[in-house]
Structure formats: structure tokens, C-alpha cells
Write a protein that binds this ligand. Structure first.
Ligand code: SAM
Length: 374
């Protein structure tokens, strides 16, 4: 598909190029922040699966430069973009003031530390430490900890008192095969890897936000996350296509069970440790707590736990239904819609083309096979 037809088909792709983001994913993080105020009181962040780096760009602008994207900030830019599409405002017509409308400039935060990791190289971003590593590999934890603090003590891994990080983000996605169950499985393994890293570095009270693919057994995953976080909410930003199984879990207030210690040797998601912890947690609850417990979260959405009275259901874990929030309101672009562009619209190049994409070799091989071009 050509650049310009993608511009029409995917407003966020085009908007990202207009606004200087390396990927359309930036809007997902902005819309999640809009809903959950993710960056409040945050100075130390780990951005997992970060290439090409649009989430890291958002972090850099908010934490390092001290910009605040209020509910209207990027939307003002979006409105300008819509005007351009309608031909009311042409490229180059806007003043700097217009471009900057809605972004508040606050004092840059102190002692900011951002570490971004990906299998692929990430083009440098000022003030951000980038690591090329596999988040599923055990060696990545010490690598990350020494990037956060060169004097880190390996023996303290997993003891939350010394954990330095306020927020762990993971936008990890495998190369999708199209085999639905396989893709969901591989994605869940990435999520567990991200969770294990988060458990090793998050401060009590910290937050964890990660991409998930909503498959058959996703309820169990939500219940497992609830062992470690006070709130677990499933969020679907408007910039994430409604037609995709993608969503984000937003886990707030890290409060692991007493005595829990993250272990590099026995990561969660491998063996039965997580299942046992879930059973223990359920066993500690009283019937009254468990039966049809309904709570209203700060976002005003209902969360509930249900079980039937049959002994088998009681034996199986109670099902905890995570609240689901669609974020980014209806004034935002619909990521599944195509938009008409002005006739004279000039398609822009991506801000940061991938440095070493996994498909690079395939392109080289195809070029070699088709011989010299006439
Ligand atoms: N958040 C990024 C941004 O805003 O630019 C986009 C992330 S992209 C959707 C998913 C990334 O996951 C890819 O760059 C891919 O290389 C990375 N990834 C997949 N498996 C990984 C792994 N095992 N370790 C590290 N990164 C991984």
C-alpha cells in the first residue's frame, strides 16, 4: 500500500507524521494518559518494546521537557489537521503559536530517568537510555537495573523497598503470523516477560501499562495481575483499531502480597507459581467478599467478581471481570475510518523509518532476485 493511501486509511498514521511522532502508537499512550493521568508524580520510567520510540518521545516531552498534554493539547493539533484536510488551513499557514496551542509548559521534572528497551535498535533520543535487548531473556533484568543505577546490588532484586521505578510501560508485539491462537500465545509470553521485569523494578505504588491481545482466557490473566495491583483496568484507546484484538491493561498501585519476592530464576508465567498465588488469594477471601462483589472504580466503571454456587465453580477460581474503558472520546479520529484528503495534499515521509526492520533481509533478497532495475 502506498504512503498516500495509508494517509487516507489511517488518520493516526498521518497525524503522527504531521506532529513529529515516530509512530502512530504515540496517540495510544496520550489517550491512555488522558484517561488515567499516568505521568502524575512519575520520574523514573521503563519503556519496554520501545522501537521506533514514539512512546519514549511522549515520555521525553512530558518528563524531560516538562510539557503537559492536557485533554485538549494534542486535540487542538488534531483540529488543525482536520482543517488542513478540509482545505481551510494549508500547510505552512499556521503560526508557531497555533502549533503549540494547548501544550502547557511546566517546570521540567528533576531526577528523571527513562530507560527504553527493544530487540530493534532505537534511534537516540536526548536524555533517554536505550538498550537493545530481548525482554524475555533473564540477562535483561540486570542490564536494565544497571542502566537505572550503575551501583545496583544484584542481591536486592525483587525486594520492593529498593525498587526505583514509578512506571513500567510495554507496547510489545510479536511479528504477527495471522494464526490467531499462536499470536495471542506469543503476545501473552511477552506480557509475562514485561510483568516479570516490572515486578523486579517497580516501587510499591507504581504503575504497569501493557499491550494485550484479548483472547479466550484473558480473564485469568486479569485476575493474576490483580494479585499484584490494587486496580487492573482494560483500556482501548480510540487510536487502537476497534477491529483489532489489541487493548491495554492499566495496572495501578503496585502492592504485591506480603513476602513476595520477584525471582529471576523462577519467573511468573513459567510453572505453576502464579496459579498457586491466585488460589491462595482466593482462599484468603471470605465468602461475603467473593460473592458477586461489585465495586465502582475511580473512573466510574463497575468491576465485579462472580461465581456460581456449584462446588466445581467454587473449586475453580472465581472469575474477576476487569472493568473495560474506551478512552479518547468521540471527538478524536476514528482509527477504522478513511478520511478524504485535500487534492493537493503532499504525503510526508515517516519521522523515523525503522533502522533494522525484521523485513529488511527479505527486501534485500527480493531485490537481488529481481536483478538490476532498468
Ligand atoms: N511503543 C513503540 C513506539 O511507540 O514506537 C512501538 C512498539 S512496536 C508496536 C512493538 C515492538 O515490540 C517492536 O519494536 C518489537 O521489536 C518489540 N519486541 C517484540 N518482541 C520483543 C522482545 N522479546 N524484546 C524486546 N522487544 C520486543
Amino acid at each position: 500500500m502506498g504512503k498516500s493511501s495509508k494517509d487516507k486509511r489511517d488518520a493516526y498514521y498521518r497525524l503522527a507524521k504531521e506532529q513529529g511522532w515516530r509512530a502512530r502508537s504515540a496517540f495510544k499512550l496520550l489517550q491512555l494518559d488522558e484517561e488515567f493521568d499516568l505521568f502524575a508524580n512519575v520520574t523514573r520510567v521503563v519503556d519496554l518494546c520501545a522501537a521506533p520510540g514514539s512512546w519514549s518521545q511522549v515520555l521525553s516531552r512530558v518528563l524531560i521537557k516538562g510539557e503537559k498534554f492536557g485533554r485538549t493539547a494534542w486535540r487542538d493539533k488534531e483540529a488543525r489537521f482536520r482543517q488542513q484536510m478540509l482545505g481551510i488551513l494549508r500547510e505552512g499557514e499556521q503560526t508557531d503559536e497555533t502549533v503549540d496551542a494547548g501544550v502547557e509548559h511546566l517546570k521540567p521534572r528533576e531526577h528523571v530517568k527513562i530507560v527504553s528497551i527493544d530487540l530493534q535498535p532505537i534511534s537516540p533520543l536526548a536524555g533517554i537510555t536505550t538498550l537493545r535487548a530481548d525482554i524475555t531473556h533473564p540477562a535483561t533484568v540486570p542490564l536494565l537495573l544497571s542502566a537505572l543505577d550503575p551501583d545496583y546490588d544484584a542481591s536486592s532484586v525483587g525486594t520492593q523497598a529498593t525498587n526505583p521505578v514509578d512506571l513500567v510501560l510495554s507496547d510489545g508485539a510479536p511479528d504477527v503470523t495471522g494464526l490467531h491462537d499462536l499470536d495471542i500465545y506469543v503476545q501473552s509470553q511477552l506480557l509475562f516477560a514485561a510483568l516479570n521485569l516490572a515486578l523486579c523494578v517497580l516501587k510499591p505504588g507504581g504503575k504497569f501499562v501493557a499491550k494485550i491481545f484479548r483472547g479466550k482466557n484473558v480473564d485469568v490473566l486479569y485476575a493474576q495481575l490483580k494479585i499484584f495491583f490494587e486496580k487492573v483496568i482494560v483500556a482501548k484507546p480510540r487510536s487502537s483499531r476497534a477491529s483489532s484484538v489489541e487493548a491495554f491493561i492499566v495496572c495501578i498501585n503496585f502492592q504485591p502480597p506480603a513476602g513476595f519476592r520477584a525471582s529471576l530464576e523462577e519467573p511468573l508465567g513459567v510453572g505453576g507459581r502464579l496459579e498457586e498465588m491466585l488460589k491462595e488469594r482466593e482462599a484468603q477471601k471470605t465468602d461475603a467478599e467473593t460473592r458477586d462483589a461489585v465495586g465502582v472504580s475511580e473512573q466510574g466503571v463497575v468491576e465485579m467478581e462472580v461465581y456460581d454456587d456449584t462446588p466445581e465453580d467454587k473449586e475453580r477460581n472465581t472469575r474477576w471481570i476487569a472493568p473495560f474503558i474506551a478512552c479518547g472520546d468521540l471527538t478524536a479520529f476514528d482509527s477504522d475510518a478513511s478520511y478524504q484528503l485535500p487534492e493537493d495534499y503532499v504525503s510526508l515521509d515517516p519521522v523515523q523509518p525503522p533502522i533494522a526492520p525484521p523485513y529488511k533481509r527479505a527486501i534485500e533478497m527480493r531485490a537481488a532476485m529481481s536483478g538490476p532495475q532498468r
